[in-house]
Design a protein around this ligand. Structure first.
Ligand code: PSU
Ligand code: MN
Length: 303
């Protein structure tokens, strides 16, 4: 078996109770220790308090683990050298029996193998700025095109090219929905200035769309973008300046490929003296609330 499902998660799935998948790249590569572990455990608690079962996903000794223990989450937060695993890395890391932190793409793959339909994260990968030259487009977008999992995120941050990311998702038939917003959220800020395809007003509405998509056998994911709460959001001008500075630094140091997102996240955190990290944590908590409500609505609407 290439993956194992935690018995509590499996029981919930068998009994058609709500389960929410969570990724591990955000733990190993998206936030520093010990805030990463503290955040991951709090996210699980929020999901539980909201009546769903959390399933944090990662690869341990070559096995996809769906529903890590607290000790395993702690290990993902502090063990050095855990690979960042996207779709192309998955067979290699499994074959070699290594540890791997799963990106949005790989978490979707493993969630879907286990039968989990809803996945909560902070931000997805997308079309990077300069992609027409570099071809740097996250495998997350192709996964959304093909794998039947709903991803709840806080939009995409301006380290990406947002209009090109929206165009790409349109081409591949991925609905981009705004949770109580018409404006695509930009991660640290509530608005990007670009429109989402449709506004959603309730978890039930989201569940209905997911159900119809499933019934019509329209393959692929649904992207639900949920703005950071007003009180936690950051000044867009300050953030855009910080992102521009981080991008220049990445360029200067020749950072490329899979290293670029973790590099930019860490750099933006330093430039903002940790403010961006606090906002990042709060928006994930907020997504956990919305994601668990959607997972619940989806279970209640099962016929
Ligand atoms: N955006 C964030 N935090 C993250 C990531 C994205 O704000 O931790 C991670 C996610 O795991 C996402 C991955 O799937 O980065 C995308 O990396 P890439 O662009 O190399 O595909
Ligand atoms: Mn990339």
């Amino acid at each position: 078996m290439y993956f194992r499902v935690n018995p509590e998660v499996q029981r919930a799935l068998d009994q058609k109770r709500p389960v929410v998948a969570l990724e591990s790249t955000i733990i190993s590569h998206g936030m520093p220790y010990p805030k990463n572990v503290e955040t991951a455990l709090n996210v699980e608690k929020i999901i539980r308090d909201n009546g769903a079962v959390p399933a944090t996903i990662g690869i341990i000794d070559g096995v996809g683990v769906i529903g890590m223990s607290m000790e395993e989450i702690e290990e993902f937060g502090k063990r050095p050298g855990i690979a960042k695993v996207s779709r192309r890395d998955l067979p290699v890391i499994v074959a070699k029996g290594l540890w791997g932190a799963t990106t949005v793409a790989t978490t979707m793959i493993l969630a879907s193998m286990a039968g989990i339909e809803v996945f909560v994260t902070g931000g997805i990968g997308g079309v990077h700025r300069g992609a027409p030259q570099t071809f740097d487009i996250s495998a997350d977008l192709q996964e959304l095109a093909h794998t039947n999992v709903t991803v709840v995120c806080a939009g995409a941050k301006a380290i990406l090219d947002l209009p090109l990311t929206l165009e790409y998702l349109e081409t591949f038939g991925v609905p981009v929905l705004g949770y109580k917003t018409k404006d695509l959220p930009a991660f640290y800020t509530r608005k990007s200035g670009y429109e989402v395809d449709y506004e959603l007003n309730s978890p039930e509405e989201a569940a209905q769309i997911i159900k119809v998509k499933r019934a019509m056998n329209l393959k692929g994911g649904v992207l639900i973008t949920n703005p950071i709460p007003e009180e936690d959001s950051l000044d867009p001008q300050v953030m855009n300046a910080a992102i521009d500075e981080a991008l220049k630094e990445a360029d200067k140091q020749g950072i490329k490929g899979k290293d670029i997102t973790p590099f930019l996240l860490a750099k933006v955190k330093d430039i903002t003296h940790g403010e961006s990290l606090e906002a990042n944590i709060k928006l994930v908590y907020n997504n956990a609330k919305v994601g668990s409500s959607i997972a619940k609505a989806l279970c209640e609407s099962h016929d």
